[in-house]
Design a protein around this ligand. Structure first.
Ligand code: HAM
Length: 427
């Protein structure tokens, strides 16, 4: 029987990976401009990290984790997100003793056992940032500005930024109780999930995707009404800073996020035309998380973007132009007996920093030319009887279709000139 990739996973073949590389470069360059540096953490961690970090009542921990026992009987989980891993690394390396804030970015695969559909996978990719060591509201604004700059750089049209404040441990319990009191008489009208969670995690009822729950709770008490003075001020400052920097946002009373660690600012970006999985990114502050995970009381904030959804959004914006890898040079042999010479020449060209390839499948010169064309080679070099005897190469510029005989002496420098001229002409 044929073995296929597991459900909810997929391969990124070269014609796609070139788009990924382009997208990742823009994202990482933008993060670099904002002073963020890359962190790479393991793709698996001790299960307890996510239970404590993301929270046991969240869907991610209660239903979606890939958890298994390793050979020594330890419970291990494939990371469903990377914030908890960054927090662990921040604590483990004692970075709270160093220069703060620490500004990190990461990208890589995440794993969630959910029902696959368009834009939702079991192995998917996130780009994210995490900042530790400052509770300045201007930093909240910076993190959101960075996210919006990334969308701009990628040409994503009209990303809709939703923001809210989810309060802090001093104002949240009041709102939580108000919400439970409000939801209790409505209990029977809620969906099964909400009936189970309205007592343990009533905030999650607010962002239930079920339309009838949504309608049932239209008049719910909002967090905004219960915020303590410090949280109110913080949220106001974030909103002011966003406006001062030209970032448009929607204040969204229902935005609570699906992970338990958030405090104060929470945000999400939606692309309305993207269908059910319209959130291309989300994040917020998590001032209690470092402490919760065993570190000192250091505040944090960050976001993560779903890379697959970003690609879908770019496609929808008409920005995802077909890209193909272009090879500088393809070497064609007029006869198989020149192939050893071809390999030496190919390597010499590569060592000079020019990309080059040749035929290994004993194709006819005609078929090699077709192959060169398909590989988008800019220049083709032909080696045959006459060329080897007289000490030159026949070079065809595939863009201008011009053909030259170039002396084998000083060949690389001349080749570089041809490639450079082509680039200048393309602009
Ligand atoms: P999240 O909202 O769970 O937040 O995920 C962030 C983004 O990852 C989502 O907006 C979505 O685009 C993408 N995503 C999530 N699940 C899937 C899936 N199954 N398939 C495809 N894409 C998906 C977090 O993960 C937090 N760690 C963000 C954060 C960082 N908060 C603070 N710092």
């Amino acid at each position: 029987m044929q073995i296929k990739a597991p459900r909810g996973t997929y391969d990124i073949l070269p014609e796609q990976s070139i788009k990924w590389q382009w997208m990742e470069k823009i994202i990482k360059d933008t993060a670099g401009q904002f002073g963020y540096q890359e962190i790479r953490t393991p793709v698996f961690e001790h299960t307890e990290l996510f239970e404590r970090g993301v929270g046991e009542t969240s869907d991610i921990v209660s239903k979606e984790m890939y958890t298994f026992q390793d050979k020594a009987g330890r419970s291990i989980t494939l990371r469903p997100e990377a914030t908890a891993s960054c927090v662990r690394a921040f604590i483990e390396h004692g970075l709270y003793n160093g220069l703060l804030p620490v500004k990190w970015y990461y990208s890589g695969p995440m794993f969630r056992y959910d029902r696959p559909q368009t834009g939702r996978f079991r192995q998917f990719h996130q780009f994210g940032v995490e900042v530790f060591g400052s509770d300045n509201s201007l930093l909240d604004a910076e993190v959101i500005i960075l996210m919006m700059e990334i969308f701009k750089g990628l040409g994503i049209k009209e990303p809709e930024l939703h923001i809210n404040s989810v309060g802090c441990p001093s104002c949240r319990p009041g709102h939580r109780q108000e919400l439970i009191d409000y939801l209790t008489p409505l209990k029977d009208k809620l969906c099964k999930d909400c009936q189970q969670r309205y007592m343990t995690n009533p905030l999650r009822v607010l962002d239930c995707k079920n339309q009838s729950c949504h309608q049932t709770i239209t008049g719910h008490p909002t967090i905004a009404d219960s915020l303590c003075p410090a949280c109110t001020r913080h949220y106001e400052q974030v909103r002011e800073a966003l406006s001062e920097n030209g970032v448009a946002y929607i204040h969204d009373n229902n935005l609570v996020r699906g992970l338990d660690y958030y405090t104060n600012t929470a945000f999400e970006v939606h692309i309305p035309g993207l269908g059910a999985q319209s959130a291309i990114g989300g994040g917020g502050r998590y001032n209690g998380l470092v402490k919760e995970c065993g570190g000192p009381d250091v505040p944090g904030i960050g976001f993560a973007l779903g890379m697959e959804r970003i690609l879908l959004a770019m496609e929808a914006s008409g920005r995802l132009i077909e890209r193909s890898a272009a090879l500088d040079v393809f070497i064609i042999t007029m006869d198989d007996k020149f192939s050893r010479h071809a390999l030496q020449l190919t390597n010499k060209i590569r060592q000079s920093g020019i990309s080059a390839d040749m035929d290994y499948n004993h194709r006819s010169p005609r078929a090699q030319m077709k192959f060169a064309d398909k590989s988008n080679a800019k220049v083709v070099i032909m080696i045959g009887e006459e060329e080897t005897e007289k000490g030159f190469y026949l070079v065809r510029n595939m863009q201008s279709r011009e053909q030259y005989q170039i002396d084998q002496e000083d060949f690389i420098a001349k080749l570089q000139t041809i490639l450079l001229k082509n680039e200048e002409e393309i602009g």
